[in-house]
Design a binder for this molecule. Sequence first.
Ligand SMILES: NC(=O)C1=CN([C@@H]2O[C@H](COP(=O)(O)OP(=O)(O)OC[C@H]3O[C@@H](n4cnc5c(N)ncnc54)[C@H](O)[C@@H]3O)[C@@H](O)[C@H]2O)C=CC1
Ligand SMILES: O=C(O)C1=N[C@H](C(=O)O)C[C@H](O)C1
Length: 250
Amino acid sequence: MSKLRVAVIGAKGRIGSEAVRAVSAADDLELVAALGRGDRLETLAESGAQVVVELTHPDSVMANLEYCVGQGIHAVVGTTGWTDDRLARLGTALDAAPGTGVLIAPNFSIGAVLTMAFAQQAARWFESVEVVELHHPNKADAPSGTATRTAQLIAAARAAAGSPPQPDATVTALDGARGADVDGVPVHSVRLRGLLAHQEVLLGGEGETLTIRHDSLHHSSFMPGVLLGVRRVVHTPGLTFGLEHFLDLG
Ligand SMILES: NC(=O)C1=CN([C@@H]2O[C@H](COP(=O)(O)OP(=O)(O)OC[C@H]3O[C@@H](n4cnc5c(N)ncnc54)[C@H](O)[C@@H]3O)[C@@H](O)[C@H]2O)C=CC1
Ligand SMILES: O=C(O)C1=N[C@H](C(=O)O)C[C@H](O)C1
């Protein structure tokens, strides 16, 4: 059986270099291109890439994806920075490229995907919920894509359950003291040398709290999700947002 031809953009980065290793080691995949900043996107089409793994920077990802989708190359995207406007732009590009699939995964690690699912499930049962994400200090953005998505899912679950706004009588003396507001859920970002990627969802009710915590301790934690995405995206036209759609979470 012929191997799936895969390219990585952002190949010298923290997660990109791990993806290059993981794709190269997979028996059913062939690494046909590994692009860094300044390399020509045309290399992707010339190499015959069927799937691109995009792991660059929020400032780069749109142009890279518009090129790939325009060429009918499927994409698995870990890069952050997704807004409704950007998703709409990508949707328009995909409409013009029927058969092409793009997976955007705010987080490729199974533990992080489960954290989001558990938080969504728990959200309606607690009065209060806050998200704390903790990352290495070289991270491009804050809050993390995972924390933003987690907060959005929690807010949607609370809205569906008819939950009232969270109790909070605080008068803040300094801007930012209560974190960023994502759909009514406070999100706090910590940047600390020594960390990689971590998240806590804190839920509070009468006389009890529940903490859901996930830690990515190495970039290898993201690779099973990247490889699953590569194998599945070629059979999944259109836009898929979230790796959970490729997992059977029961
Ligand atoms: N979804 C997930 O599970 C994960 C997502 N990420 C996200 O992936 C992105 C990259 O993260 P890191 O690897 O830590 O960053 P990094 O800075 O270590 O690597 C990014 C690489 O992309 C390159 N690059 C930037 N623009 C480019 C372009 N136009 N063409 C080709 N290469 C380009 C940079 O030169 C750099 O080598 C971030 O948005 C981060 O949040 C990171 C880890 C896991
Ligand atoms: O930049 C990172 O490192 C990570 N970025 C993603 C995010 O913003 O959620 C995923 C993971 O947290 C690691």
